[in-house]
Design a protein around this ligand. Structure first.
Ligand code: ASP
Length: 373
């Protein structure tokens, strides 16, 4: 699958603002995080630096109670008080949805959770109409996950086209934050992966990743995580190598600025981090009559795939000292990674999850114009 390029008429998500460290803002003043691809490195670095400040203020635990009046520590507490963050998740999610909720609640926002089941999406309402309605009720930010690449751009353009004073109270702003759109991008995952990589290799000062090699292994073609990782990590100087069979790592991915390989065993000894991806069964055509099995275009057989590309105990031993194992989840143990690798001392998988809360706090503050930390 070639790199996804989306129409941007009406709102351009990547052209730098006068300050290249700032996220693009539309004519109404709403700041959106739709993708990392094409953002100036300064904008990526700024979000990571804000994450680091959140991390320092949160302390090492970096987690909040999942229920009850979750409160961030002084310095962060109440930063989003009076704000409304709506999570519009039109596709399944565990980590991302919970962590956006925990982050926004921890900063004092009111959080609305909407899924396609139980909302008017199941009655045929479009994502743009649903989003505009939730925004009209006063949401300050829409966190959107959708199976279609470009859904978040569509919503941002729709909101930008609403007329102040007629459709919307004049001066009303509403940020759109992409929580994963189809095969396109998953920018907050890209940021948390980059933050975790920088932390593990002592690069939190300045986030200069030059000299580091990251192997992204598996179903890169269908992965929005890979696109966001490649954008952020290469912007900060890392070398990224995508590894997998040609059906999952086609030559067209080279246009994203990464190297490509079909030989995991050749790449692993040079990698400072390996990010293992699940085969995105739900984004591939199953053979007739089957569900949730890879089609012939994905892999010949899961056994063969695992033999050539699964990260297992033998392959772990070929990695450099200090090299880390990452995975965005959900993990399919025994397919792309074995339990020995997923649970090994090299694994930073749960650290990634904890960092997700920090990143989403930083992103929510950035998109909602909160600059007090
Ligand atoms: N959780 C990630 C995503 O939403 C990765 C995956 O589903 O495999 O893209």
């Amino acid at each position: 699958m070639p790199p996804t390029s989306l129409p941007t008429a009406g709102f351009d998500p990547v052209t730098p603002t006068p300050d290249p460290a700032r996220l693009p803002t539309d004519a109404a003043g709403s700041t959106h995080l739709l993708q990392l691809g094409g953002l100036p490195p300064a904008a990526v670095r700024r979000l990571l630096e804000r994450t680091r400040r959140v991390h320092t203020l949160m302390g090492e635990t970096a987690s909040l109670p999942l229920s009850g009046p979750a409160q961030a520590p002084a310095g962060l507490r109440g930063l989003l008080k009076g704000r409304v963050v709506a999570n519009l998740f039109f596709e399944d999610s565990t980590r991302t949805r919970v962590s956006f909720s925990v982050a926004a609640r921890g900063l004092g926002a009111k959080v609305i959770d909407l899924t396609s089941v139980g909302s008017s999406v199941s009655k045929g309402e479009s994502v743009a109409d649903t989003a505009a309605n939730v925004a009209a009720m006063g949401a300050d930010a829409l966190v959107i996950r959708h199976r279609a690449s470009g859904a978040c751009h569509l919503v941002a353009r729709t909101l930008a086209a609403l007329r102040p004073g007629r459709h919307f109270p004049a001066g009303r702003r509403c940020a759109v934050i992409n929580a994963g759109d189809g095969r396109h991008e998953h920018p907050t995952q890209g940021l948390l992966d980059t933050y975790t990589l920088a932390e593990a290799h002592g690069r939190l000062d300045g986030f200069d990743l030059s000299g580091l090699t990251v192997a992204i292994v598996g179903d890169v073609a269908a992965s929005r995580v890979a696109r966001s990782d490649i954008a952020a990590m290469t912007a900060l100087g890392a070398r990224v190598v995508c590894v997998g069979p040609p059906s999952l790592v086609p030559a067209s991915l080279g246009a994203l600025g990464c190297a490509l390989s079909n030989d995991l065993d050749a790449v692993l000894p040079d990698a400072d981090a390996v990010n293992v991806l699940r085969i995105q069964f739900e984004r591939r055509e199953p053979p007739a009559g089957a569900t949730h099995t890879p089609g012939p275009a994905a892999v010949v057989s899961l056994g063969e795939y695992a033999r050539l590309y699964a990260l297992d105990a033998d392959r772990l031993r070929t990695m450099k000292p200090g090299a880390i194992v990452m995975h965005p989840g959900p993990i399919n143990r025994g397919v792309e990674i074995t339990p020995e690798a997923a649970d090994s001392p090299r694994s930073v998988v749960l650290r990634q999850v904890a960092h997700g809360v920090l990143v989403r706090m930083a992103v929510a503050c950035e998109c909602l114009g909160v600059s007090d930390f």
